[in-house]
Design a protein around this ligand. Sequence first.
Ligand code: ADP
Length: 204
Amino acid sequence: MGKPVVIGLTGGIGSGKSTVARMFGALGVHWVDADIVAREVVEPGTPALVRIAEHFGQDILQPDGQLDRAALRTIVFKDANEREWLEALLHPAIRDELARQLQPDNYDQPYVLLVSPLLLETDQHTLTARDIVVDVPVETQIERTMRRDNNDRDQVERIIAAQMPREHRVSRADYIIRNDQPLADVEQQVRELHQELLELFQGQ
Ligand code: ADP
């Protein structure tokens, strides 16, 4: 079998990306979560974390050697040059690691999923052949995120306002999973889309 095609899976915060990814996973589809990879590339011992500690000083590390994310956020929030420096370091590192994890050994499906909240906002979508958007009304998104993260409405609305607007995201989708439904119905949509993708990419 050749290399699997990469399919993107995205959606706003609380839209149900992780939930839908697990449904594909249950069908045997390998998926890689860009949020997890973004943390992995700065774990202790990584070249990126060494560079960050050289650049910002050892105080950017916690006593256990982990990156002090809050301290780093404070610095790059105040200083656009530092943010650019950090992004120039991290974006290629994240992209390379994503590309590596998206090629599992001995994999017998024709496609893999890249699950990322920033798929369409960053150049990550250049890795994908098709993009799936998980879509819910904004009010559902707010309610589910508040419940999951125990956040207040203002905080969730601010996060959503900073993300791509729903209509824009949906207009970029090749496929849409509607997640304002009972999970059993969402599973049915996932099974149907899985069949469609198998037929499209089988034998490629
Ligand atoms: P994302 O990964 O996009 O941030 P999640 O998959 O974590 O979103 O879903 C957000 C929350 O909504 C979770 O608590 C999840 O269990 C819940 N959820 C997702 N889909 C549904 C659904 N169809 N019905 C009810 N709750 C859902």
